[in-house]
Design a protein around this ligand. Structure first.
Ligand SMILES: [Zn+2]
Length: 73
């Protein structure tokens, strides 16, 4: 696999399919993060979470949305 000049951006998918992220948050790109897996690992260190969907997609949630989802559960 060749090196990428631009890393992946992982953006928050929001509180629900109907509600966008209030912060329009995205994991800050880091110098060492070259793959989406690494970016997600960075995000987890900052409080980001991922939620698998029935279709096999991963939804990403920023710390703000993760907290809000916990509170409303
Ligand atoms: Zn969010």
């Amino acid at each position: 696999m060749t090196a990428h000049l631009i890393g992946y951006e992982v953006a928050c998918n929001g509180l629900s399919p109907e509600a966008d992220c209030p912060d329009s948050a995205a994991v800050r790109p880091r110098f060492t993060s070259r793959t989406v897996h690494q970016v997600r690992a960075d995000g987890r260190a900052d409080g980001w979470t991922t939620t698998p969907t029935a279709s096999g997609r991963l939804l990403d949630h920023c710390p703000t949305c993760t907290d809000t989802r916990k509170e409303t559960r």
